[in-house]
Design a protein around this ligand. Sequence first.
Ligand code: ADP
Length: 547
Amino acid sequence: MLGLMQNQPLLISSLIDFAQRHHGDVEVVSRRVEGDIHRYTYADVASRSRQVANALDAAGLAFSDRVATLAWNGYRHLELYFGVSGSGRVLHTVNPRLHPDQIAWVLNHAEDAVMCFDLTFLPLIQAVHAKCPTVKHWIALCDADKLPADTGIPGLLSYEAWMGSQSTTYVWPEFDENSASSMCYTSGTTGNPKAVLYSHRSTILHAYASALPDVMCLSARDAILPVVPMFHVNAWGLPYSAAMIGAKMVFPGPALDGKSIYELMEAERVTFAAGVPTIWQMLLGHMQPAGLRFSTLKRTVIGGSACPPAMITAFNDVYGVEVLHAWGMTEMSPLGTLCTLKNKHLTLSKEEQMKIRLKQGQCIFGVDMKIVGEDGQELPHDGKTFGDLLVRGPWVVDNYYKAEGPNPLVKDANGLGWFPTGDVATIDVDGYMQITDRSKDVIKSGGEWISSIDVENIAMAHPAVAMAACIGMKHPKWDERPIVVVVKKPGAEVSREELLAFYEGKTAKWQIPDDVVFVPAIPLGGTGKMLKNKLRDTLSTYKLPGL
Ligand code: ADP
């Protein structure tokens, strides 16, 4: 017997409809690329999102056609979030930090029909547009009078000219909630980037879950500042969850330095912020020497990389701001766990509490996780035994879009598919997960991935290099920085400087290793695989240049 409740699909358009109807006067404030502050309300977001939907109809886009963005966090990007997905198209948020060749690759792979970009990225677009034949409409996210002349980009329009003359009336279509809504490429491991394709259903369920009290605890009384980019897993879903609860939104635009973030937080009375540790490092670095304080900030979600203890102490003890340590992945929309204390922890000493806060936290309802050994058998939740971390849930990836390899899921005895995260972790008796290592061969620098294999392949292409191993070294600002350990071919010569210069133009600048270390040999395992742990041990006294 089926239940007799209304079968209304969970659609992203309902979020902005709701925000308009019930929180229409709540502000959305953005620092623009132009440097000034723009301010309007959810009612404006809603009517301009409808104009975007009409502009996409006028451009002849079909259901599920892809619309790409290369943009900072701002109000026009938000309108695209709702206008593109709400009208049944798929929003593809592109990471501008990728190398131009990779950007062209993802645009072609996604077969984007429209590209909307901030003027900051005009040089990038000029470099790639001729290689992206599927893109028929190039839209600069600016006022008509700010559109530069002679860009060389055929038919380039300003966003305001493109959508501004469209009607603000539009009836959002109703369709299957499992339809694709947005996509994000992850460049985590080797090979080509992989596309994670979110659905309306996964997005709405993730938004509900992320707003829960022991998750992000979002409320209509909050002013939310997502410093985490809207091109990085949909700013951890905050544009959706904020609309769901009617919270004020504050967008930092391109100004991510400590001073700009601090001033925006104070001016807009931000209560809740989210970002990677590197961002907060820069913020604290601005505040501490000047003796500045927060007047309104209450909570901050820190994730993407492990949160250092000193950062938790600074926020909690010095500034009275609660740190919510979070873990997730692009493949998980992204939230998996969040660290909040239970009642029984509140009487513990500060040191004991810190031990818990440093963990990545407990599962959010909807996500299930387990750790397994090499034989695939589940390991105990004793806080000591570590194993490969596997997850499943309605906002966890089932497969990549146009997947090249086999399905990534691992089937259990009951036939249920689990996504292997590439993280190695412990889980304690209370269900708190702690990442202890990574089995995927990648380095995370300032919240962005660097593929060790890509770094090694470039070195290996140099005629004097016999073997190269890229490893991540701890860095106080960037969390990790890559170095490349190199064995030269017999009789061949190459200097550190020559090899570093060899990387220029072959990869994004920030993905170039910080240093080259020459060694006579790299330790190898039985199957000829480089033993990076052993290599790391031999470099225990190594220091990155400048530290
Ligand atoms: P995001 O950076 O938004 O979490 P990514 O897909 O770029 O998403 O990266 C996911 C990976 O980042 C995880 O598999 C894990 O290796 C690492 N990671 C994310 N959050 C944490 C955290 N709190 N502590 C340690 N590593 C983390």
